[in-house]
Design a binder for this molecule. Structure first.
Ligand SMILES: [Ca+2]
Ligand SMILES: [Ca+2]
Length: 266
């Protein structure tokens, strides 16, 4: 909340009376954040809400982007997800394990390229486009990636043995607390980035599980909650910056402005 106090002085016959005039903006549920990019990258979005905000963000994050091949994703993830305490390693999304950058591959304890927006939801595969957009691609343990499969996100189920803190049941996957917000912001980025243009599907969140091959991902009400519970941390912010500076040259708006989630999906 901001408060603007102005002082007005009134000269009266008997002397000077000073009156404080306080103008207060109404309270909002989530504090409004500001970034160094608000006057430049985000200037056409600032002050908007609802569908106009989503439309403005789609234009902003789709403009002049560089698109990677699926093969280029390997080296990109070695930079975006580098362990800040060990530059030889990456951090795996669900297990949280720090592991050699060079142990990528197809064996059970290797890491591979997890599509957080499951690529079957909209059937976009791994050709250049949403299937290679590193804003939602993360290193993950091969067998845990397989356990997540193409399930929608929701709370509940039994704990994943190899990935403590993660839970799954027949139709959904719940990531560990430390990355719940990351997952939410990746899914919501995808829905704003892909609106049916460029020959790609229009990806949208909904409140269901079992979305199958529909271009939808659930559950929106849970993702909104996770966005609030797990705000962006240094690792997530740095990864956004590396993608912007070195790879795709676009940003995930919800890492910069988590409050825009509630502004779009009320
Ligand atoms: Ca987090
Ligand atoms: Ca969309």
């Amino acid at each position: 909340m901001t408060s603007v106090t102005r002082w007005k002085s009134l000269a009266l016959l008997a002397g000077v009376v000073t009156v404080a005039v306080t103008a207060q903006t109404p309270a909002t549920a989530v504090p409004t954040s500001t970034t160094a990019y608000d006057d430049t990258y985000y200037k056409d979005a600032i002050g908007k809400t609802g569908e106009p905000l989503k439309d403005a963000l789609n234009q902003i994050i789709s403009k002049d982007v560089s698109k990677l091949s699926y093969d280029e994703v390997w080296d990109a993830l070695k930079k975006t997800d580098e362990d800040p305490d060990n530059s030889a390693n990456v951090i795996l999304l669900y297990t949280g394990r720090s592991q050699s950058k060079n142990s990528n591959g197809g064996n059970a304890d290797d890491w591979n390229r997890e599509h957080v927006w499951a690529k079957s939801h909209g059937d976009f595969g791994t050709s250049t486009g949403p299937g290679t957009d590193i804003h939602h691609l993360r290193p993950a343990d091969v067998s845990v990636n397989s356990t997540r499969g193409n399930k929608d996100f929701d709370e509940g189920g039994s704990e994943v043995g190899e990935a403590p803190g993660n839970r799954t049941d027949d139709d959904s996957f719940e990531p560990r607390d430390q990355v719940k917000g990351d997952v939410a912001r990746m899914i919501l980025y995808m829905s704003v980035r892909y609106e049916g243009g460029e020959g790609y599907p229009d990806l949208e969140p909904n409140d269901k599980v079992d979305n199958g091959s529909q271009p939808s991902m659930g559950r929106l009400s849970v993702l909104k909650k996770w966005n609030d519970e797990d705000p962006p941390d240094a690792f997530e912010k740095k990864r956004n910056q590396v993608i912007y500076d070195d790879f795709q040259h676009n940003r995930n708006p919800f890492i910069d402005h988590p409050e825009w989630v509630a502004d779009i999906w009320k």
